[in-house]
Design a protein around this ligand. Structure first.
Ligand SMILES: [Zn+2]
Length: 287
């Protein structure tokens, strides 16, 4: 219990609309989870990774607000978004068909590796989506609200976004992050997903990681990610034509692509380095 006393203030919780909450992890890469509270039951969007933070969400939604979680929507299969599924045994998980497949294989392997380093993950069980969707949209009614679930691939092939239709709040999953990351996905799909977002006329954009973006800042935030990806494609195409493309990659700085090193608590340069390698490996489609 000692380790918990320093976390008495809890993780960051923000109310973005009536009965719509965002929880931001302080333990791992500012990953976000959301809750939409209905009159009798509630829906979670992603469930974070660490048991102590999942317990805080559960306590807030189920004990303080008194609404059991009936559905969990997983925006994609990555461990930092889905490990908390098992903490809600009464809930049905909704995800992409590919999330179900990939969670069963890759997320299980990632969990096994992580629990060797972190004992608190040892007893965590993976709960796979019981309801799956493929393309198009699916909607879910929670009290007077409609959640529209839509495909937003690119960060990973199974990406989904959740739009709280009446409030114009989008939970984008990792299709939107302070720095784009497509190592497990596809840069063209990610660009297409990013370009869809402004058309949704949002009040709030809840990224997979990092701060909630307000209406007036959304356009710029999307534009910044699109230009990062576009600059990176141009630079990697140039590097690919050099004699030693891998060495040429090392010269492409994050700043040259328009992003700062400090983003995501300093994780940004590592994500940038992996993006470059992935793009060289996947091959750049030149305009
Ligand atoms: Zn993530």
């Amino acid at each position: 219990m000692l380790g918990r006393s320093s976390r008495e203030n809890g993780m960051i919780r923000e109310r973005v609309a009536d009965n719509v909450y965002v929880f931001t992890s302080e333990l791992y890469a500012q990953v976000n989870s959301g809750a939409v509270i209905g009159p009798d039951w509630s829906v979670l969007i992603d469930t974070l990774a660490y048991p102590e933070e999942i317990a805080e969400i559960k306590d807030f939604v189920e004990t303080r607000l008194g609404t059991p979680v009936r559905y969990i929507i997983n925006t994609h299969y990555h461990a930092d978004h889905v490990l908390g599924n098992a903490a809600f045994p009464g809930a049905t998980v909704i995800g992409h068909r590919l999330a179900r497949e990939l969670m069963g294989i890759r997320a299980r392997a990632a969990l096994r590796a992580a629990s060797e380093e972190n004992r608190s993950l040892q007893d965590v069980e993976l709960v796979l989506p019981g309801i799956v969707m493929e393309s198009g949209t699916m909607s879910l009614r929670v009290g007077k609200r409609t959640l529209e679930i839509l495909a937003l691939a690119g960060h990973s092939p199974d990406g989904l976004g959740v739009l709280v239709s009446e409030d114009r709040v989008l939970f984008s999953g990792d299709a939107m992050m302070p720095i784009p990351y497509f190592v497990d996905g596809d840069v063209e799909e990610l660009l297409a997903s990013l370009k869809r977002i402004p058309r949704l006329k949002l009040e709030n954009l809840v990224q997979g990681h990092g701060e909630v973006i307000l209406r007036g800042e959304i356009q710029n935030a999307i534009r910044s990610n699109v230009s990062y990806l576009t600059a990176m494609k141009r630079q990697v195409a140039r590097a690919a034509r050099r004699k030693d493309p891998e060495a040429a990659l090392l010269e492409i700085t994050i700043e040259e692509c328009g992003k700062a090193r400090i983003l995501l608590g300093g994780l940004a340069p590592e994500l940038h380095r992996r993006n470059l390698a992935a793009l060289l490996r996947q091959g750049v489609r030149e305009e």
